[in-house]
Design a protein around this ligand. Structure first.
Ligand SMILES: Cc1ncc(C[n+]2csc(CCOP(=O)(O)OP(=O)(O)O)c2C)c(N)n1
Ligand SMILES: [Mg+2]
Length: 340
């Protein structure tokens, strides 16, 4: 009986070890911090948008944090990242400076593109974060191009492209997948399936069952993962990265996720019920991870409370920095526009 209990204990221990894969406690805490940073940063974005401090399009990532944080955790510095216009999550997960991001959203000269790009066009080439893009599907071939460069120059780098499920009906998606497979490019395409485009359910516009099976006809490596579980995101991504880095092969991944807020800040959200949204909020990726960390004694409630304070300060500082930054000077309007 006793040895049975011991065995159970051992297997519990093994399971909890496996659960966290090869991630150290420090890495797990860092991942949690990043998820919380995205959440608190964007909650503040919504407030500042309401106050008129942020203008133009602004698409929040709230609900999808586990996708960016889990997948980017599996990358190296030399890897390239391309995001859609819903790009705050990937930018923060990649370690772009929250102050510069907030300043960009405020249209200030200290922003990532000196205030002219705004929410949809965050970029930091030094971090190989190659930008957010506003044209649905338009950035998919750019990532394949970066993967081609990495292969040609034998840097060992991998390129990753994030886009929503509505982008897979764009012709460029299929064209790029084909080129990636025929040229054996080290690229990972990640469909963030949050189930809706601007207001259309994917079920109404996609004839297949599994989105990632669109790579089937090319015999391309493909998989899906639970995009509300940061560990699943990391684990599945890790295998795709290994395949790209070691064998120079592309992969199509589908993250099953859900956005808790509207499509953009101006979305009346009449296309889904409040009950559905409430139900999905029960699957909050941050709460799921927090419980995993507490249950497995990776951290304590006290530490988590301290993290909350630390993150709130980072966000408050970013707003203060953005507020106090200068507007771009008027001459900057025509800079980088005309050439002699
Ligand atoms: C080529 C093109 N067509 C239409 C639009 C307008 N548009 C902006 S976002 C969007 C829906 C995209 O949904 P999805 O790909 O699922 O991404 P999500 O917003 O859910 O992250 C559309 C149709 C656009 N930006 N580009
Ligand atoms: Mg979508």
């Amino acid at each position: 009986m006793e040895s049975q209990t011991l065995k159970n204990k051992q297997s519990e221990l093994e399971q909890s070890k496996n659960k966290f894969l090869d991630l150290s406690n420090d890495q797990l805490i860092e991942m949690y911090k990043k998820m919380l940073l995205i959440r608190r940063f964007e909650e503040r974005c919504a407030q500042e948008y309401g106050k008129g401090k942020i203008a133009g399009f602004c698409h929040l990532y709230i609900g999808q944090e586990a996708v960016a944080v889990g997948t980017i955790q599996a990358l190296n510095k030399e890897d390239y990242i391309y995001a859609s216009y819903r790009d705050h999550g990937q930018a923060l997960a990649r370690g772009l400076d929250p102050k510069k991001i907030m300043a960009e959203l405020f249209g200030k000269f200290t922003g990532t593109t000196k205030g002219v790009g705004g929410s949809m066009h965050l970029i930091d080439a030094d971090k190989n974060f190659m930008g957010g893009y506003g044209i649905v599907g338009g950035h998919i071939p750019l990532a394949a191009g970066a993967a081609f460069t990495a292969k040609y120059k034998t840097t060992g780098g991998v390129a990753v492209c994030y886009f929503g499920e509505a982008a897979i009906n764009q012709g460029i998606f299929f064209e790029t997948l084909n080129m990636a497979q025929i040229w054996k490019l080290p690229v990972i395409f990640i469909i963030e399936n949050n189930r809706y485009g601007m207001g259309t359910s994917i079920k109404r516009v996609f004839a297949g069952e599994k989105l990632y099976d669109t790579a089937n006809y090319l015999d391309m490596n493909r998989n899906s993962f639970n995009g509300m579980d940061v560990l699943d995101s990391y684990n599945v991504m890790k295998s795709a990265v290994e395949l790209a880095r070691k064998k120079s092969l592309p992969t199509l991944l589908e993250a099953q996720t859900y956005r808790f807020r509207g499509h953009s800040m101006s979305d009346p959200a009449t296309y889904r019920t409040k009950e559905e949204v409430e139900l999905e909020k029960g699957n909050d990726p941050i709460s799921i991870f927090l419980n995993q960390l507490l249950e497995n004694k990776v951290t304590t409630q006290n530490n988590l409370d301290e993290i909350e304070i630390e993150i709130k300060k980072i966000v408050a500082d970013s707003v203060e920095f953005a507020e106090n930054s200068e507007q771009p000077p008027i001459e900057f309007l025509t800079e980088n526009v005309y050439t002699d």
